[in-house]
Ligand binder design. Sequence first.
Ligand SMILES: [Zn+2]
Ligand SMILES: [Zn+2]
Length: 150
Amino acid sequence: MFPVELLRGSDIASIDLLAVTVRAEATSELCTAEGEVKTAVTYRCARCLVEFPAHLETRFREVFSRSPLTPEQEQAEVVHCPGDEIEMDPYVEQAVVLALPAQPLCKADCLGLCPACGTNLNFRVCGCDIQEVDPRLEMLSQMYGKLTEQ
Ligand SMILES: [Zn+2]
Ligand SMILES: [Zn+2]
């Protein structure tokens, strides 16, 4: 299973095939499917944009019911599934999406890129005086930009 959809508009540079193990247990009414997903991901650091590999491992558990759901089952997020086959892909993908970090960082204290010259500050100090960029001036220039656009 190759989760191409997961790559769209994210900080993920690449993601390997998902290794999925599922165990299912069924009674006449309910089916419980649970398992693990493992894969290798290459993230793009949200601060310095450097790509770095990481291991992703997560679990999922879904309960499916053949009959229409009771309010309690709805509350417990049981899925109504009248057919004989259950397509697990969407649930596996959902589990992976939930396990992905919102802002992947190459390291917790990543210094990011210099906003003035773009140097990766983890490797080199560029010497730009970043303090010069006054956020109020920045706002003014953005407002000015908007005004001139009209
Ligand atoms: Zn970084
Ligand atoms: Zn710089």
